[in-house]
Every structure is written in C-alpha cells, then in structure tokens.
Design a protein around this ligand. Sequence first.
Ligand code: ADP
Ligand code: MG
Length: 605
Amino acid sequence: FAKPHQRYLYLSILFNILYSVLNIFSVATMLPILGLMFGTMERVDTSVAPSYSGNIGDYFNYLKDLAYYSIQRSMDQYGAVQVLAVLCAITAGAFLLRNIFRYLGAFLLVNYRVKITRDLRSAMYTKFLNLPVSFFTEQRKGDMMSRISNDIGAVDNGIMGSLVDVVNSPFMILTSLVTLFFLSPELTFFSLLVFPVMGWIISVVGKSLKRQATSAQEELGNLFSLVDETLKSSKIIKIFNADRILTNRFEKTTQRWQNFAIGMSRRRELASPMSEFLGSVTILLITWFAGVQIITEKSMDPETFLVFIAIFFQILDPAKKLSNAISSIQGGMASLDRVSEVLDYDLKVGESASPIDPKGFHESIIFDKVGFSYNPDGGRTVLEDFNLTVYKGMTVALVGQSGSGKTTVANLLTRFYDVTSGALLLDGINIKELDLKKYRDLIGMVTQESVLFNDTVYNNILMGKQDATQEQVYQAAKIANAHEFIMGLSEGYHTNIGDDGGKLSGGQKQRVSIARAVLKNPPIMILDEATSALDTESERMVQLALENMMENRTSLIIAHRLSTIQKADLILVMDQGRIVEQGTHSVLYSQNGMYRKLVDLQNFG
Ligand code: ADP
Ligand code: MG
C-alpha cells in the first residue's frame, strides 16, 4: 500500500536529514557564542590562520579553530558586541531554516500517512464487496465493521502516526552522536551506554503490549457485533424484555476490553518515564566524568561541556520519541494483523484461471448429480444426488418442508456457494468455468426478506441497471405493480425509504425489490419464498407483479404457498436434500403422495 506514495516518504526523509544537520549546525554556533561570553576565546592565536592536519579526527577541531580565528579577527575589527549580534543572527537564521525543513518533512509525511490509510480502507471495502457469502456466515458483521473502522484507525494512529518520529529520530540521534564524538569521545562513550539498555526494555515491553492490543481489538470487535445485533433487533429485544441480558453481555465485553486496554496503556506509558530516567542517569554520569576532568585536569573547556550537554539533551528527546514510537507501532501491528487477515483472504480459491464469457443464456441449466454440504470437512450433506434440467423458458417450482434444501438449490445456482460434488452446467458449460460477474448478470433474485438500501425509491430500483433511463425505471415499477403506490409517497420516487426500507410496508418493499429485478431484466429469475412474508392482500399484488415479471423468462420458484405454483411446468418435491417426486400439479396431485399431502394440509389450514 505504501508503494504508490513512496515519493512522499523519500522526500520527507530528505528534509528530515537536512533538518538534523541544520539542527547540529545551529547548536554548534552556540559554541563560539559561549566562548565569547566566557572569555575563553582569548586563548586563540590570531597571528596565523589555523591549518588542517589532514587527520579526520582533528577535522572538527580545525573547523572550531577556524571559526574562532575568524571570529577573533572580526572582534578586533568590529568589537565583541557586534560579533555576538551577528553570531546570534546566524544562529537564528539556522533555526529558522531548520524549522522550515522540519515542517516540510512533517507535511509530506502527513500526506503519505493519510493516503495510505485511505487506500487501506478502500482495499478493505472492495474486499468486503468481493468476499464469498460463506465468509459472512463464518465472520460476524460487527467484527468486520470494527476492523474497517477501529483497526484501521489504530494502524493509522499507531504505525502511521509514529512515522514522523521513526523517520526523524534516527537522524537526529545519529548527527548528534557524531557531533558529540568530535566534541569528546570519552563522554560520548557514556552516552552510548544508555541505548542497549533502552532497546532491551523496549523489546520486552513491546511484545506483551502487542498481545494486549490484539485482545483489546478483538473485544472491540465483539462489542461492535453486539451493537450491530442490538440496533437491528430493537423490536424483538423490547418484546422479550431482553435488555437486561444484553446489558449484561455488553458490560462483560466492555469489562474485558477495559482490562486489555489498561494493560496496553500501562505498558505503553512505561516507555516515557523509563527512557527519561535512563537519560537522566546518563546525564549525571556525563556531568560527573566531565566535572572530574574540568576540576582536576582542565582538559576540557567549560563551553565544550555546556554544548555537549545541550546536544545530549537533543538526543534524549528523539530517543524518547523513538521508544514511544516503537511501542505505539507494536500496538498498531496488532491491528494491522487483523486488517491483513481480511485483505489476504484468498478470493481466487476455485476460480478458473481463464474465465469464459457466457454470452447470454440459450438452452438449459443442468444440475448433474449435485451434492452439497455447507461444511465440506465432515459436515452434514444438505443436497444429495440432485439432478434437474431446466430448459430455457421453463418455470420450475421447488416445494418441500422447511429445511429440505430449497434455498440451498438457489444458493448453488447463484454461485453463492460451490457444489461439493457433481456439476452445475449452463448451456453445457460448468459454471465454475464462467466469469462470475457475467454469469451473475444472467440471474435475478427476489427473496422473502427484501433487501433495500437507505436511499430513495428511485435509486433502489436503479441498482438493477445503473444506466437505466427514468422511463425504464417507471416501466419496471409499473410491471412490478409499484408505480402507483410510489407516486403516492410524500416525495414520489425521491422518497427516502430508511434503513432496510423501514418506512415501507412488507408488500411495498417486495414490489420495489421486484421492480429492481425487472429493471435488471435477467433471463433467469429466482424467487425464494417471495410472497411468504406477506398478508393475503399484498400477496395478491405481489403475485401479479411476479407473474408479469416471469413472462418470457426462465424461473425457479421456491414457494411455501402452493397455490402460487400450480401453473409451473415442473414441480419438484424435496425432502431432506433429495427430490422425492416430480411432475406437473395435476399429475402430482393425482399421485396421492407427498405433494398431495402438502397441498391438502394447506387447504385445511
Ligand atoms: P429450505 O430453504 O428448504 O428451508 P435450506 O436450503 O435453507 O432449506 O436449508 C437446508 C439445510 O441446510 C437445513 O438443514 C439448514 O440447517 C442447513 N443450512 C442452511 N444454511 C446453512 C449455512 N449457511 N450453514 C450451515 N448449514 C446451513
Ligand atoms: Mg429457504
């Protein structure tokens, strides 16, 4: 995800290097300023210009001598106060430039961060759209929601938010260390002691921090699932007075989340005080060592010591930030794992390498010895030796008791699931070989629960065919027996229908779904209990709509009310995943078998 935006990172690193170098420069100019103030400057010999010995170790001293020499000469010429003013002005300029670079570096990094986070979120959303149906029966929706919001948020905060420090701190530390080394190798040795200790602490704390973060994010996922369920089922919760049970469950989940979140923060908050303490210890070590040198041997200028300490303080801050960043990243990593779990889900399982374009539906759909189980590793077989040939233009009905496998047949035809054994052929080609999107273009579906989106009626219908004209949308609504009631809504076609179409009645929702399917105009139509959730009055309206729609189409009707399927060309009676009877209504009814029993049962009911 970083790749397309890499240039932001590289540029930012460049600016951060410039920033670090200027930072050292601006601190180094303090050296002669202090020298001026303390009067130690006088010791420089102004009669001969300093020369470079050629030894790399002396280079810094040479620069220092050269600077002192030039300053000394200027002082003789213009006076100490003026030189001090100029030096301060130069330092101020360096500080200004340094902070401009800092801003540029941070600004570029923000771009990098936001763009990656956005891409990550888009990728996850696209993945959601393409994941197979089986994924969503295994995973809870709330947890998925939590991943796309909370976990990506945590990645953004934890990893991307720490990027500024990760990019900047090493350069700050490095340039400072190099300078320190030139100032005083012995003192630098003491300052280095702090790093391995700090590194060890960070790695120990980081590991357990990541564990806690993973658990915390998982609990957050549970929380979202619970909220998702609660919001969806408010009526049921009220009528069962289930609020106490749910509150309890919510409390328990938040309690567990709280424990992990505290555990995580406790570890993260350790980073700062520990690195600060280590820093202070180091400063005291340095002060002690330098103090002894200055007092007893006078081998060190006081201003060198002051600048050394000043630069060392400059290391402490980035070091602290770096250790904080590393622990934040550990937390972010836990979330990144959860995000990757979804992003890395392999969609290509069972997909043909070179999918065929079906180019319409011309002859037949054949279920050839189809067997199916929702859980192929040892699960119960739901369909067994299911054979069916549907020729173009036929209306085939599936009947049978609840749980006999009717919806499963529809699930296989739509390729929501793939057959476990046998094959499903469209015009003689195994549907696994076909381009999935183009294949699904051939199929329309209306189910018991109409699924509508929180949008206008118009846009809900338009989903059937996104480039349809207004005329076509109206036409579809008329065929679906919906045009009249839609016109009667407060804002006609542009009325918002609420979440899940909550502002419409069951029959109205169903007719909008049918209009949507009509607009798509697919050659194959599946109706799964499309009228069973309706009262008799709206059922009649919907039934008419369905009959309009099924004209000139190949249809698979799954029906609970047997009165609706008497005109079907072929009726299959299913029992426990097998076809037990088949034929037309009159033939089956006269057979005195299961079909007759089902019909008679309903007529008495
Ligand atoms: P029908 O539509 O005839 O009422 P289904 O085809 O929905 O029956 O279900 C057939 C069987 O498959 C039932 O026993 C049901 O428990 C099982 N089943 C349905 N969906 C799933 C699923 N997603 N995972 C596991 N088992 C399922
Ligand atoms: Mg069903």
